[in-house]
Design a protein around this ligand. Structure first.
Ligand SMILES: Nc1ncnc2c1ncn2[C@@H]1O[C@H](COP(=O)(O)OP(=O)(O)OP(=O)(O)O)[C@@H](O)[C@H]1O
Length: 255
């Protein structure tokens, strides 16, 4: 299984009522890649990532993590995953330090290891000064960072991060990019969803563009973007540019 992709999705489908959110997605994420997942609002990114990490059961299809069937062996396979879900809901009556400790203990780490890693993670994410503050009192960006620390504490083989940079300040974002970059260089695999094409183009080595529950393009960044920028390619593939001319009532000038 050592040559197996970090993540392989085969024929993944998911409906919500009449709405088909994910419509037969196939995707191969090579081990050791830094993989971006991009697509317009409502494309099915969160639904795909939720099914890929054991949070949402697919209607059809298979999810293989390093060659192991996630939905056939969820407990064994989830131990390989670190997940930052969309709209995280945390046990926010704990302090940041307690929350990371709790996440580490749940993953079966011993107290000494968890304590050392929590200290390292708090420092790396610039949360040391707020380590003893309750998470309910954290800002949106701080909450994102502490949730990321929880996803990293057990040193997973595959990290799946839904919008990890949303609400995070530029300095913290750069620190997070460094952490993720060195994680990938040491053999880990990262999948991030993002709306920021420029960031994906600079940070990731692979990308998949999804829209309306389908993969429109996938491969290395250079394969997908061709001669232009990723943003241009994205707009070409997805379409949907609308002119603002229709909003006549929004014009405030009198002339
Ligand atoms: N729990 C749910 N119940 C009903 N419909 C849902 C649910 N979750 C997602 N959907 C629908 O499925 C489609 C895909 O949603 P999803 O959240 O996966 O998109 P996304 O690509 O992550 O979007 P965004 O970029 O806006 O976060 C949307 O049409 C959404 O309305």
């Amino acid at each position: 299984m050592s040559n197996a992709p970090a993540l392989e999705l085969r024929g993944l489908w998911r409906k919500f009522g009449d709405k088909i959110a994910v419509s037969g997605i196939d995707l191969v994420v090579p081990a050791g890649s830094f993989y971006g997942l991009v697509g317009p609002n409502g494309a099915g990114k969160t639904t795909t990532l939720s099914m890929s990490t054991g949070l949402l059961q697919p209607d059809f299809g298979t999810v293989l993590v390093h060659g192991h069937d996630l939905w056939a062996n969820p407990i064994e396979v989830k131990a390989m995953l670190g997940v930052l879900p969309d709209g995280v809901r945390l046990f926010d009556r704990l302090t940041g330090e307690q929350l990371i400790t709790y996440a580490g203990l749940l993953q079966g780490l011993d107290r000494e290891t968890v304590a050392a890693r929590a200290t390292d993670l708090l420092a790396a994410l610039d949360l040391t000064a707020d380590a003893t503050k309750l998470v309910v009192e954290y800002s949106a960006g701080m909450t994102k960072k502490v949730a990321l620390a929880c996803a990293l504490v057990h040193a997973p083989r595959l990290l799946v991060l839904d919008e990890p940079f949303e609400a995070v300040d530029p300095v913290s974002a750069a620190n997070i990019r460094d952490i993720l970059g060195s994680y990938v260089r040491s053999g880990g695999t990262v999948i991030v969803s993002s709306h920021v094409m420029d960031l994906v183009q600079r940070m990731c080595d692979h990308v998949a563009v999804i829209a309306a529950g389908h993969v429109l393009a996938a491969g290395t960044i250079d394969e997908v973007r061709g001669d232009g920028s990723l943003e241009d390619r994205f707009v070409d593939l997805v379409g949907g540019r609308v002119s603002g001319e229709g909003l006549a009532w929004l014009r405030t000038s009198s002339d």
